[in-house]
Ligand binder design. Structure first.
Ligand SMILES: Cc1cc2nc3c(=O)[nH]c(=O)nc-3n(C[C@H](O)[C@H](O)[C@H](O)COP(=O)(O)O)c2cc1C
Length: 163
């Protein structure tokens, strides 16, 4: 197979897609689409999200020290597209799109209840890698739509119909 040199840029296409929700000290709730999102430790369980400092969400996560990773299903496509293309700076996008919010089980941040899977995190570290700041979060709670959680506590991803 013949190969060609391609542009040096982050070309990995992470899956699944993620929406990160947060709250600031004023009590404003927000969410944004985050492609820079991955597991970063099995034991203890940790996840990492990369946020550009110009995002409205950046200061919210910085000052609260918590965030929630919501994994959207195909049915959440409109929500995903909206929060990934509008900033909270210009209005309450979660209210505009009619998102259903619930309080985090373990963290003072909103959970996007319309999504099937939620991962609550407490920030334990962060590193400015360049354009993004990578927030390392200790996973303190994982919850999902009832029918997706199996007897052993694992999530049936095959039934989640993720975006
Ligand atoms: C597919 C996709 C992936 C994105 N990935 C990231 C990301 O990893 N980090 C980030 O800071 N912004 C990312 N964004 C941009 C934010 O979601 C977007 O700028 C959002 O409107 C910011 O909202 P806020 O200003 O209310 O925080 C992505 C957008 C899309 C559509």
């Amino acid at each position: 197979m013949e190969k060609s040199t391609a542009a040096i840029r982050p070309v990995m296409q992470p899956a699944p897609k993620a929406i990160v929700s947060s709250r600031n000290k004023k009590g404003e709730n927000n969410a944004l689409v985050v492609a820079y999102c991955c597991n970063c430790s099995y034991d203890p369980p940790m996840a990492m999200v990369g946020i550009v400092p110009s995002r409205y969400s950046y200061d919210m996560i910085k000052e609260s020290g918590v965030f929630v990773v919501n994994l959207p299903a195909k049915r959440n496509k409109a929500l995903y597209d909206y929060v990934g293309s509008h900033s909270r700076r210009d209005g309450d996008k979660l209210a505009e799109i009619g998102a259903t919010l619930r309080e985090g089980e373990k963290v003072p941040a909103p959970v996007l209840a319309d999504c099937p899977i939620h991962i609550e995190c407490e920030v334990v570290d962060s590193i400015r890698t360049g354009s993004h700041e990578m927030f390392v979060g200790k996973i303190v709670s994982v919850h999902a739509d009832k029918e997706l959680v199996q007897e052993d506590g694992s999530i049936d991803f095959s039934a989640a119909d993720l975006l």
